[in-house]
Design a binder for this molecule. Structure first.
Ligand SMILES: [Zn+2]
Ligand SMILES: [Zn+2]
Length: 162
């Protein structure tokens, strides 16, 4: 196996090693234990699902691990399920309407969205569908016009040949 030695890969590998070291450190284990003892219900603070929770972190937390460990220990992190934590790393949150409906499938949305597509009011969806239909019609008209022009051209040429 060849190992890539470009600076970016080395930095990535180091970060992974650092994290591995941190997850194995007694400080982290103690902090994590306290955190979990404060969340005995194992409920995700964002989506309300229960199961395995983790102390949520922001990307800045990685810059200073000792303060992140302190944050976990002092319960200054959100308790998140694995999914919410993973989506957070992509800047996404659970759709509040999915959450309030306690739907089985919870969709994730971007920062500026208020609800997921599935929770949009019918009127909004209708408008969207109409717009889509309008676009299709426009494409169809363009194509028809194009074909008509081509037919004209064909006819013209035919008459010249005669
Ligand atoms: Zn969650
Ligand atoms: Zn939704």
């Amino acid at each position: 196996m060849t190992v890539c030695t470009c600076p970016a890969s080395v930095a990535m590998a180091n970060r992974r090693d650092n994290l591995k070291t941190i997850w194995q450190s007694p400080e982290w284990k103690a902090a994590n234990k306290i955190f979990h003892s404060l969340h005995p219900d194992n409920t995700c603070e964002r989506c309300g699902r229960t199961g395995k929770i983790v102390p949520g972190h922001t990307s800045e937390d990685y810059l200073d691990m000792s303060s992140y460990i302190a944050k976990v220990r002092d319960n200054r992190c959100e308790a998140l399920c694995g999914m919410c934590n993973w989506q957070e790393s992509k800047g996404k949150n659970p759709c509040p309407i999915c959450v309030s409906r306690k739907s089985e499938v919870i969709h994730y949305i971007g920062q500026y969205q208020e609800e997921c597509f599935y929770c949009l009011p019918d009127a909004v969806i209708e408008k969207r569908e109409l717009r889509k239909a309008g676009y299709k019609k426009w494409i169809r008209d363009m194509r028809d016009a194009d074909n008509a022009k081509r037919r004209e051209e064909y006819k013209r040429r035919k008459s010249v040949e005669k």
